[in-house]
Design a protein around this ligand. Structure first.
Ligand code: PMP
Length: 283
């Protein structure tokens, strides 16, 4: 696999990053994940804009223009022959002798991109069966709107879910659901789609923005507000969204089956609409 590191396209075995990189020492970096279907990038513009925002919130500049970034993505997709898959991008504050204070502004950022090939990404069989979710307290920091590389707690959440025979976890704070370990969370009751409002408590999902727009265009009712685990367990259906899972139905929450325990009609319809529409605007 060819990867991109600090301006060079190299075989992964030859790619290196300093042991003093602040991403490694302080999780001082941000990332993005963009999906690829039929060789084209979905929602690239949204991911590039969110990257710029995450960087700005941490007082870091964009390492290159959005056009240059698109070219790096495209070249990796082409060189690695990616039909369906993902492109990961990570930008850190660079390498400097270990010190909590930021290094001088002219310290070169570390920029890494790599691909993952996922043949049949849009035909994930999990979309037919739906996910089983468990809940756990949200112990992350209070700036979850910044897409930082601090992914240890979500990683622990995924492991906790697997240990309980579930597929993923939703995190709960002050009695209400924030989001999934790596996705935004939704419930549907009496035809109304409910998902937590934006704020510092959740990541502003690029897939979330697109799905809510498509839902409104399809005359579906949407409420952006917090919901409790009890309300979720009593919902008709539920689902999650992310760049890698698109729209993925949820069929069970903490052991309680939703509806008849199979993916609900609104989740299935939104998945179809999202895939159709975002393929049309893919670059
Ligand atoms: N929330 C969290 C915590 C995530 O990690 C992700 C995926 N990166 C999302 C939501 C979904 O965001 P997106 O639709 O932009 O992939």
């Amino acid at each position: 696999r060819i990867v991109y590191v600090n301006g060079a396209f190299v075989p992964e075995a030859e790619a290196t990053v300093s042991v003093f990189d602040r991403g490694f020492l302080f999780a001082d970096g941000v990332y993005e994940v963009t999906s690829v279907l039929s060789g084209k990038l979905l929602d690239f513009d949204g991911h590039a804009r969110r990257l710029e925002r995450s960087l700005a919130e941490l007082d870091m500049p964009m390492p290159m223009t959005q056009d240059a970034l698109l070219e790096v993505h495209r070249r990796l997709v082409a060189e690695n022959g990616i039909e369906d898959g993902l492109v990961y991008l990570q930008v850190t504050r660079g390498a400097a002798d270990r010190d909590f204070a930021y290094p001088p502004k002219d310290t070169p950022q570390t920029v890494v991109l790599f691909t993952q090939s996922k043949p049949g990404l849009a035909d994930n069989p999990a979309a037919q069966t739906g996910l089983k979710i468990v809940t756990l307290p949200d112990l992350r920091w209070d700036r979850r709107d910044i897409k930082t590389v601090q992914l240890l707690y979500p990683s622990m959440g995924k492991m906790a879910a697997k240990a309980q025979g579930a597929d993923d976890a939703w995190m709960v704070e002050d009695g209400v659901v924030t989001e999934g370990t790596s996705n935004n969370a939704y419930i549907v009751k009496d035809g109304t789609i409910v998902t937590r409002h934006l704020g510092n408590e959740i990541l502003h999902g690029i897939t979330r923005a697109a799905v809510l727009r498509f839902a409104q265009e399809a005359q579906m009712k949407v409420e952006e507000r917090a919901f409790s685990v009890e309300e979720a367990q009593d919902a008709d259906e539920a689902f999650v969204t992310s760049a890698s899972a698109f729209v993925m139905p949820v069929v069970e929450i903490d052991g309680a089956a939703l509806g008849n325990g199979t993916p609900g009609p609104i989740a299935k319809r939104l998945r179809e609409i999202y895939l159709d529409e975002s393929r049309k605007t893919a670059v």
